[in-house]
Design a protein around this ligand. Structure first.
Ligand code: HEC
Ligand code: HEC
Length: 295
């Protein structure tokens, strides 16, 4: 908590210095806090509307399959994950498997987190376990058949789950590779910006090309560098600036899930990391896909 307040009251310059420190820190707790922000864990695991505690779960996600409620991931022994071992935590985050062997639903974007470095998962765990436990009993999901059957997830995983760890591309520089890692394994931009198939897997032929079926039915824009239908006319600075401030180059504010991704996480990232993500996104193949509601 003290760290949180000290960040809030510091001048912008100190915040930038602290970010650079946190990113490279040898203290896993500080590094973990930074990565938790990059990966967007807090927004999903906090019931802000119901004034629930941070990471204590209970946030609702309406999907075509029913309503999911995020679980408590504070270190409370009984109602949270306080009794989980480091290996169990890693298996949940990178493999989507609970300690009791049950498969987790992919609303929890572990299909992206699968590419995280084990060290980074451990730092995230160290940070979460450094927080005060919050007692809050998990709420059961409200799903329609057959999605209410956890074991059907096995089929989904077989079709869509790829647990290949992130491998840097030797033909690209460090900035690009850092951006690729942050975009794919951490910030999971594609979980919202890539359309899904009828089974709920990502349609990678339209990687980052936007969808009308975003979270809560939101329209999610095409962020490939296609000049006509994507963000081809944005500069690296425009994109990095959006992630810091929520403002688009035309000074319009982003709303909804994107505003949340920025407010809870992306804006805390170092300028170098926001730049790396932007360089990577703007290097993707442009895909022509106009995202608009059918009239
Ligand atoms: C898009 C929303 C979302 C994001 C982002 C997200 N989670 Fe989750 N998480 C969920 C939901 C929903 C579940 C419940 C899945 C289920 O019951 O099968 C879950 C489940 C979990 C579980 C299993 C807990 C249990 O008791 O079964 C853990 C651990 C977890 N998340 C940790 C994290 C961490 C760490 C991060 C960030 C690196 C994160 N989550 C990011 C939504 C999210
Ligand atoms: C939780 C879902 C979600 C995630 C994760 C997410 N976005 Fe978004 N993004 C949205 C939505 C929804 C909008 C539309 C916001 C609006 O209508 O104002 C959006 C808008 C944008 C825009 C504005 C594009 C335009 O033409 O107006 C950019 C750029 C963008 N996102 C980039 C990213 C990047 C880069 C990442 C990863 C670092 C990311 N987003 C992660 C949901 C998401």
């Amino acid at each position: 908590m003290r760290r949180f307040f000290s960040v809030v009251v510091s001048a912008a310059v100190c915040v930038a210095a602290e970010q650079a420190l946190a990113r490279n820190s040898t203290d896993p707790v500080a590094r973990g806090q930074y990565l938790v922000r990059a990966a967007g864990c807090v927004g999903c695991h906090t019931d802000t509307k119901g004034k629930g505690g941070a990471f204590a779960g209970g946030r609702a996600f309406k999907t075509p399959f029913g309503t999911f409620f995020s679980p408590n991931i504070t270190p409370d022994e009984e109602t949270g994950i306080g009794s989980w071992s480091a290996a169990e935590f890693d298996r949940a985050v990178r493999r989507g498997i609970r300690p009791d062997g049950a498969h987790l639903y992919p609303v929890f974007p572990y299909a992206s987190y699968a590419a995280m470095k084990p060290d980074d998962v451990e730092a995230i765990r160290a940070y979460l376990f450094s927080l005060a436990p919050v007692r809050r009993v998990n709420k059961a999901h409200d799903l329609s058949f057959p999605f209410s059957w956890r074991f059907t997830l096995f089929g989904w995983k077989w079709l869509y789950f790829d647990d290949t760890p992130f491998a840097p591309d030797p033909a690209r520089n460090d900035e690009w590779n850092r951006g690729a890692y942050l975009t794919r394994a951490m910030a999971h931009c594609g979980e919202c910006h890539t359309p899904r198939t009828a089974m709920g897997g990502l349609d990678l032929a339209k990687d980052m090309a936007g969808t009308v079926d975003g979270p809560d039915g939101e329209l999610v824009p095409n962020i490939t560098p296609d000049p006509a239908t994507g963000i081809g006319d944005w500069t690296v600075e425009d994109l990095a600036g959006l992630m810091k401030t929520g403002l688009k180059p035309d000074f319009d504010n982003v709303q909804g899930a994107m505003d949340e991704a920025i407010t809870f996480g992306l804006k805390y990232l170092s300028d170098a990391d926001l730049r790396a993500i932007s360089v990577y996104i703007l290097s993707l193949p442009p895909i022509k896909n106009k995202v608009e509601r059918p009239k």
